[in-house]
Write a protein that binds this ligand. Sequence first.
Ligand SMILES: [Zn+2]
Length: 693
Amino acid sequence: MAQDKSPSRYTITAALPYTNGPIHIGHLAGVYVPADIYSRYLRLKGNDVAFVCGSDEHGVAISMKAKKEGVTPTEIIDKYHHIIKKSFVDFGISFDNYSRTSAKVHHDTASEFFKKMYEQGDFIEEETEQLYDDEAAQFLADRFVIGTCPRCGHEEAYGDQCENCGSSLNATDLINPKSTITGTVPSLKKTKHWFLPLDRYEGFLKKWILEEHKSDWKPNVYGQCKSWIDEGLKPRAVTRDLDWGIPVPVAGGEGKVLYVWFDAPIGYISSTKEWAEREGKDWEPYWKNEDTKLVHFIGKDNIVFHCIIFPSMLKANGDFILPDNVPANEFLNLEGNKLSTSKNWAVWLHEYLEEFPDMQDVLRYTLTANAPETKDNDFTWKDFQARNNNELVAIFGNFVNRVAVLTHKYYDGVVPAPSEFSETDLDTLKSLKGYPEILTNSLERYRFREGSQELMNLARLGNKYLAEAEPWKLIKTDEERVKTIMYVALQIAAGLAVLSEPFLPFTSEKLKGILNLSSNQNEKSIGWDDVSLKETLIPAGHTINKSELLFRKIEDKEIQQQLDKLEATKKINAQMDKEVPPQKDTITFDDFSKLDMRVGTIIEAEKMPKANKLLVLKVDTGLDTRTIVSGIANSFKPEDIVGKKVTVLVNLAPRKLRGVESEGMILMTEDKNGKLVFLNPDETEVSNGESIN
Ligand SMILES: [Zn+2]
């Protein structure tokens, strides 16, 4: 419910990243940067905040990846948990706690949560028939079954979806289903599962979302919820037949685990518990008191789980508060194409930092300034360069650098005492004092993109003020006036140091260093509201430190390197996308031994007159020298292939091509660009006439 008075504490959650791969810019832009901006802002305002997250480590995808790679699921999750956690630290995502769903505290919390609901009669039990692999002695989750799509005939459709025609399927719909574990044909077997009857919560969801959050939830979130509710909610299984996950903690649950989507959001609660224990706090008020504001930051693919399913679970359980808002973002694309882990179409955070060391804030800023808040958006390297060079370097960096350099040049780094303020000075100082409210207004409505532009407007204000006041000219004629100008400019720089922290935490830290302001949050540091309330942010007589550049220009060459890298990825993907023809029918060894293939050498080659594709070759087969007509003229010039060792099928029945009798066939394949290549022995010592078997 939209709260009337300000909350006593905040619980901020960011979607648990799935540990089957590293983190890329889409994750950062969609979830983690906005959640971090919001949490940092709340802390600067002096609020009590628990900002929690953790790795999502259960589910079929991890189990499958482990089976495919021949390792244990633990090996997979350990690897990615550490990579992901490091990326978050590197990019300054200021979680109060980053946990993992394989942790004991989470297993206990999720089990208790399930048990309480079970005991309250919140589930329905149902027996269904599912595909079972007798050899592996296990039920087959959707992705463990492959077969022919009943809609389009694609032979490698998965049990939940056909990737060829995009149809969503049930594993039992597949024609000729096969287990991906053993390759055997699965049988149907009865199995019992527990379902959350979402239909029971329709009335509650209608009132809570469709009425009470009509105006404060984002239209994309509200719209998705409405269409789900309008379609009618059905019971949803919350358990799975799988050997990786949290065991179902009730009688009859042997060999079954909680569905990953049941346990994962409970991970927010577990992570809060872990944090509270470490900090010597009580976790319960953060999840149970009505004066707590709970906000879930997620991407749009998670809306239904966070707005419909998890709230129904919380409501059913009974002890918990509901989210106040779920500001889900749309998707970020990269250079016009959908981000994809499997196609490597991404900017990986760990790679970015290798290529642009210490430039976390440039990426944070670009992703925020161009955030997919209301619609899918595109990340382009050109835009990244322009945001950096034209905004961070030319406006923010330029202003701060001028202020610091001139303060040292004129006053040995000591903030001068102002004399009389002009009208422009007063207007400028008044504008500065207005910024906390302007930014608050954007951030409280989850408009981080707008907020980042307002922050840049404050830097613009400073830049413009200095450019118009021209202290570097006035210093020759009016030293007193310059003191006032520099004093005003220094106040703006100090305001920027504070207000930029949520957006540009590394830059804020550096700027506080330059201005010699306390960087820790203590009584000496300047808080968010101080920028409006304090008479002076950086007093006369205070000594600042030497200037250092906050941002550096990004050259065209660096951007081109990134574009080249993506172009190379595109080529590799095009090659992988090339369709591999299915295997032909089985033949016997006798069939095979009928083929007589020999090593030969091309001794003459010429174009077939009036035929574009054909070359007439004379080939020494070791048996004889014979004529073979071959359709390779598009790939080779005759003069380039004379002397080439080749493989020849010598007992193919002769046939006439354009009047020339061809006695055999030269074996060829194709490279990734469609050019023909010879299949030939890579040893030069092989003689003509050697047979291939
Ligand atoms: Zn299909």
